[in-house]
Design a protein around this ligand. Structure first.
Ligand code: PEP
Length: 264
């Protein structure tokens, strides 16, 4: 089955308004050549307003990096799905390993890691809120280096997926993409070998099939994320079960990200 490619940029906590505007401007040309690909920029909340204006007349879509699951109330510092929609977001990343407090290489001291602690259950609530609010979710799952070394990759990925998908209906699959992001590959330059990324993405597809049937499995878009660069993306994009990428560091460089968009 032919699935539409999706290439999403996760800018994390980077870029000021002028910097973000210039990066966004720099990828419009590449995106315009790829009518067959969804290109999504996920800047920090403070940039959404400006980036929305920069991409307004293009085929580039806007996404957020996180969201809170309730609609309003005394939740200082949080942002709701409706607020994201207000700013033109059509996508939202959910369950990024950095929000889950599961870092690969981090300079943060251990006591600070506890502040980033989305559990599987919180991720499920956020996913539910994003889908209920009519946005497309990019759900991140993936194992740490330790879990991989202990041979637990498949178990960890299947378990994260099972909890996140517990309330998702087959009809919602077009509004969901799953990003396989091995945590040891994020921001480390240690990209997962294409064969291995394919193996895990195939497993994810078959788990979706086991929970929701073969139509859902064939339709769902599965991305790879973790040190994707212009130099390594072709091998990943060739894989049968990889429909695109979630890109961190390389998405901050317009030329590099443009080359990734063009290879998708
Ligand atoms: C990410 O943060 O989702 C990511 C994949 O980062 P990087 O591309 O920098 O490894």
């Amino acid at each position: 089955m032919q699935r539409r490619s999706l290439v999403a940029a996760n800018w994390k906590m980077n870029l000021t308004v002028p910097e973000g505007g210039s990066v966004a401007q720099g990828i419009l040309g590449a995106a315009s050549k790829r009518a067959d690909t969804d290109v999504v920029l996920c800047p920090s909340f403070t940039l959404l307003h400006h980036i929305r204006e920069v991409v307004a007349k293009s085929n580039v879509k806007l996404g957020a990096q996180d969201v809170f699951w309730l609609a309003k109330g005394a939740f200082t510092g949080e942002v709701s799905v409706e607020m994201l929609r207000d700013h033109g977001c059509e996508y939202c990343i959910v369950g990024h390993s950095e929000r889950r407090g599961r870092f690969g290489a981090s300079e943060l001291p251990n006591e600070l890691l506890a502040y980033f602690s989305d559990s599987d259950v919180v991720v499920e609530r956020k996913l539910r809120a994003v889908l209920d609010g009519g946005l497309t979710a990019i759900l991140c799952i993936g194992e740490t280096a330790r879990e991989r070394n202990e041979g637990r990759t498949d178990e960890v990925v299947a378990s994260q997926l099972k909890i996140a998908l517990s309330s998702v209906d087959e009809s919602e699959i077009p509004c969901l993409a799953i990003a396989y992001e091995p945590i040891w590959a994020i921001g480390t330059g240690n990209v997962c070998e294409p064969d291995e990324a394919q193996r895990v993405c195939e497993l994810i597809r078959s788990e979706v099939g086991a929970h929701m049937g073969s139509d859902a499995a064939n339709t769902i878009r599965i991305l790879y994320g973790g040190s994707v660069a212009a130099s390594n993306c072709a091998g990943l994009f060739k894989q049968r079960d990889i429909d695109g990428a979630l890109v961190g560091g390389a998405s901050l460089k317009p030329d590099e990200f443009s080359r990734i968009i063009l290879s998708a």
